[in-house]
Design a protein around this ligand. Sequence first.
Ligand SMILES: NC(=O)c1ccc[n+]([C@@H]2O[C@H](COP(=O)([O-])OP(=O)(O)OC[C@H]3O[C@@H](n4cnc5c(N)ncnc54)[C@H](O)[C@@H]3O)[C@@H](O)[C@H]2O)c1
Length: 408
Amino acid sequence: MENKRKVCIMGMGYIGLPTAALLADRGYQVHGVDINQDIIDIINRGESHIVEPELDTFVHSAVKSRYLLANIEPAEADIFIIAVPTPFHADKLNEITNSPIPNVDYIVDATKQIAPYVKSGNLILLESTSPVGTTDMVAEILKKEGVDIGGIYIAHSPERVLPGHIIRELIENDRVVGGINNASTKEAAEFYRTFIDGEVLETTAKTAEMAKLTENSFRDVNIAFANELSMLCDDMDINVRELIFLANKHPRVNVLNPSCGVGGHCISVDPWFIVDSANGKAKIIAQARRTNDYKADWVLEKIKNTVQQYEVKHNKKPTVTCMGLAFKPDIDDLRESPALYIAQKLNGFINMICVEPNVKIFNKLDLVDIKTGLKSDICIYLVAHKEFCKENIKESDLDFCGINNSYN
Ligand SMILES: NC(=O)c1ccc[n+]([C@@H]2O[C@H](COP(=O)([O-])OP(=O)(O)OC[C@H]3O[C@@H](n4cnc5c(N)ncnc54)[C@H](O)[C@@H]3O)[C@@H](O)[C@H]2O)c1
């Protein structure tokens, strides 16, 4: 299926590479760009550097058919997609809200890099999760770099895919598209309609940016509610899982599950983008972020107390296993993981080993198999991986992720 249009994608990561492979499959000529030469070499061998179902096959056939080529430099194209990281600054805090400040430097760099290749009639799409106003900033940068932005289309379309299901969700999910003007919105929406089956919803750039931040903040606030309940119930000697099961029998109540915190590079990061720009007015969103971060420290204190009590009772230091390090069940992603944070804080304080069935090598902690891990005096369940069984939980263990939950 040949499509004469050429797409240049900046950033060949979890979002950029699957998008590139899918567009190549739909007949677009795709020029994938990354600043990491190793990634370029892997892609040009027809391989994927990302663990994601189906992606290997898509990349292999896209490269073999020469619809996808990767390079360190951008090239002329009809459509440019920016899918670079948007973390926050490691060493700066917002003085009003005392919260992390978003780092859009990668977007600035990528925009400057494509500027010499942009020409009249081109469509520029920002897919990175961005603070409100970033798409306008992209337009401003292009203008300063000498691009006549009157003749081009610029829009934002945030990604909402679930790792582990990226290819399917790229095709099936509904998509919000917002341009810096009406013409840009229309042009961008038409492009997405050529390769996705979900509904394409048209709005403004700012609303599209805020929509993505809202989705992740919604999840964060609701998880914070469950985490707060778990800490209150602990004081009241109430089983929080039973409580949530009973409350959810109400036809209009749906409390989420508590955990040892919130991780990953989206939900634990993006709500701060709203807080940073809200001059202290985003009170619930900021508090939810802090509650979810605090939950990991609360879990840490619980573990330390349990270890001390064991020592007093048995007159010996217990051996301890942390069960699970990833930021959620059944994945290998350790980014911003509260379980990893807890394990690293415990390491050194106690005699500890870790079990993470989805990670083969991790040299910062002592990783063992499940059978070995279960032999410890105390097993601390931090992530509900499918390999962990209720039957193995003994009285001295701690369960922060609902392995031992009979209320489903
Ligand atoms: N991964 C997800 O599930 C997901 C979901 C929704 C939204 N997002 C958002 O999408 C964006 C990208 O996320 P990701 O997970 O793909 O990140 P990633 O870290 O996997 O990939 C980004 C890639 O961009 C490259 N890069 C950095 N600067 C560049 C430049 N100037 N030119 C070309 N390449 C450059 C990096 O080397 C890296 O390979 C972020 O804003 C993220 O928040 C991610």
